[in-house]
Design a protein around this ligand. Structure first.
Ligand SMILES: Cc1cc2nc3c(=O)[nH]c(=O)nc-3n(C[C@H](O)[C@H](O)[C@H](O)COP(=O)(O)OP(=O)(O)OC[C@H]3O[C@@H](n4cnc5c(N)ncnc54)[C@H](O)[C@@H]3O)c2cc1C
Length: 570
């Protein structure tokens, strides 16, 4: 018999978006609602804790920044694919959330006058990225987690892996999850849900994500017939440390770091004469790869190609105090102190602009279910996200969805889960565990997916190569016979990895078909065979739907309120 756990609201994921949603649901529900936070990791091990550079918000309009400027920077950064009503709401809410965190104890770095300090980030025309050294995610997560603990109504379920959404009468009714420490399936019954499971993560091997970042939430939603939006847009962060791919925050360039090729040239002067290293990420990543492809990069003894990020031009004291985290990473992982010598970097997979299709309130197409954070596509990021807008987005839509879910739960009568659906899921999960030995090692499949994505869907794309990549992914999917070698119940990470890797194969396919389908270049999706943006045919969002014959493409209009698209120059 599957154990049933009942709450009013269930939040799936305990990153910045999930924790913020839980707090808001608790605040709105007062003591009338009980809230579960379900996470496959320990809450504080969510990827959000590794956010480095900062959180965007207009704090000091009297000193020259403006809401209008943050709105326009975000829309232009998105290559005009962002929904403008959502961006406007977002930008207006960012300062409220930054100050609320301050109120809850967030140790922001300060200016000499005691106010919250801000720095430059790519594509932002004003230094509006609030920071806490270069460890903003850790401090934000600690602040939100501490705040959660002040509410008796919030209950944490650490290390519960959600395997499916439950519906009843066409509405959200809860989720099934494997309790990883025991190996049992449990059913969470709830009136409302917020899915905040983070980005698709490790679909690429060279990535800034932790190994636990996999597209589970996207797959769980997709299987429940919720469409995914704009999946072709994958952000490559320009500066991943070579060879590990660990992120070197954009703040390193915000504080003055510059990029050089093997001739010692500051090559960004050629590609973005005004913004140079602080052009948006899609542009800087393409520039780096062009330098490498045209022979102006470096090569290490293992054949890894890279360019150099030079922080020796920054005052050493600044590096030591404002970039202490990445300095430590460089010293530990490559034995170089960036105060004294340049460091090797290249673009790495870092963020997914696409995700679960939602409206401006974060509502999904399934009544009773909202989505927030990187897993959701509202969309404020369009074809390219600006650095430091994501942590802000998690806070803003964590708040909005937490409130909406709580109000919905307060006004609806209980929705019970369908026991037969739970039994079906139990069979799907445990037939795997107890079924025949695997023919394919899930880890081989994972390596294959990553290599297909890296070879066919990287910074530069072209039609023929993408079609080949899509075919390889489909062959992999059609012959997928994953199984679990380890038959034990407690902490069976082999079982969990099988779910994660199955999700990787299916979600990679949605990225591939969306990318093949979009015959233009926009933001992070750059096609050498269609190098121009095509607003006449493509100023629209891509949707991917699940059908019995496999994923199918649809479209949704972009909300344009005030800003017409123009050529993007920096
Ligand atoms: C190294 C790095 C540095 C970054 N730096 C910045 C920065 O400085 N500024 C900025 O704005 N953005 C930054 N970003 C991006 C930003 O940090 C993320 O987009 C954001 O933190 C994502 O938060 P989230 O709440 O959506 O999800 P996450 O923090 O990724 O959390 C996902 C949660 O979902 C849970 N989960 C997933 N699948 C399941 C499942 N099947 N069952 C149960 N639970 C599940 C996980 O356990 C986890 O709790 C950075 C990203 C990285 C990788």
């Amino acid at each position: 018999m599957v154990e049933k756990i009942t709450h009013d609201v269930v939040v799936i994921g305990s990153g910045l978006a999930g924790l913020r949603a839980a707090i808001e649901a608790a605040r709105v529900g007062n003591s009338k609602l009980s809230i579960a936070v379900v996470s496959k990791t320990q809450a504080m091990r969510s990827h959000s804790v590794s956010a480095e550079g900062g959180t965007a918000a207009v704090l000091y309009p009297e000193e020259g920044d403006s809401i209008e400027s943050h709105i326009y920077d975000t829309i232009k950064g998105s290559d005009f694919l962002a929904d403008q009503d959502a961006v406007e709401l977002f930008v207006n809410m960012c300062p409220v959330e930054v100050l609320l965190l301050d109120h809850w104890g967030m140790p922001w770095s300060r200016r000499p006058d005691g106010k919250i300090a801000q720095r430059y980030f790519g594509g932002m025309s004003y230094p509006r990225t609030c920071y806490a050294e270069d460890k903003v995610g850790f401090f934000e997560m600690s602040t939100l987690y501490d705040t959660c603990l002040r509410f008796d109504q919030i209950e944490f379920y650490h290390e519960y892996y959600v395997t499916s959404l439950l519906t009843n009468d066409g509405k959200f009714a809860g989720v099934t999850a494997v309790n990883l420490s025991e190996g049992d399936l449990v059913a969470f019954e709830a009136k409302a849900g917020v899915i905040a499971t983070g980005g698709a993560g490790r679909l690429y091997n060279l990535a800034s994500f932790g190994h636990s970042s996999t597209p589970d939430g996207l797959y769980v939603a997709f299987r429940a017939n919720i469409p995914l939006k704009d999946m072709e847009f994958v952000q490559f962060h320009p500066t991943g440390l070579v060879p590990s791919g660990i992120l070197i925050t954009e703040a390193a360039r915000g504080e003055g770091g510059i990029l050089r090729n093997n001739k010692g040239e500051r090559f960004m002067e050629r590609y973005a004469s005004k913004s140079k290293e602080l052009a948006p990420r899609d542009i800087v990543s393409r520039s780096i790869m062009k330098e490498i492809y045209e022979g102006r990069g470096f090569k290490d003894e293992h054949g890894n190609e890279y360019v150099e990020l030079d922080l020796t031009v920054i005052e050493p004291e600044k590096v030591k105090t404002r970039l202490s985290g990445i300095r430590e990473i460089c010293m530990k992982f490559i034995g170089k102190d960036p105060v004294n010598e340049p460091i090797p970097i290249r673009p790495i997979a870092h963020y997914y602009m696409g995700g679960i299709d939602t409206d401006i309130d974060g509502a999904t197409s399934l009544p009773g279910l909202w989505s927030a954070g990187e897993v959701a596509c509202v969309s404020i990021n369009g074809a390219n996200r600006l650095g430091s807008n994501s942590t802000s987005e998690c806070l803003v839509w964590g708040r909005i969805t937490g409130e909406k879910a709580a109000r919905y739960a307060l006004s609806s009568s209980s929705n019970s889960i369908d026991k037969s659906k739970v039994a079906e899921e139990e069979k799907r999960v445990f037939d795997r565990l107890l079924g025949p030995r695997p023919r394919t090692s899930p880890y081989d499949v994972k390596r294959k997916v990553q290599s297909i994505m890296e070879n066919h869907f990287y910074v530069y794309r072209d039609g023929e190569s993408m079609l080949e990549g899509l075919k390889k992914l489909r062959d992999l999917k059609n012959t997928l016979e994953l199984g679990v070698e380890d038959k034990s119940r407690k902490y069976n990470t082999n079982l969990m990895n099988v779910f994660e890797i199955e999700a990787m194969v299916h979600v990679a396919e949605t990225i591939a078909i969306s990318a093949v389908n979009r015959s233009e270049s926009r933001g992070a999706h750059y096609r050498v065979d269609y190098p121009k943006r095509d607003d006449v045919n493509w100023l629209k969002h891509t949707l991917v739907y699940k059908t019995v014959d496999g994923p199918e493409i649809g479209y949704k209009n972009v909300v344009i309120t005030r800003f017409q698209s123009v050529e993007r120059t920096y």
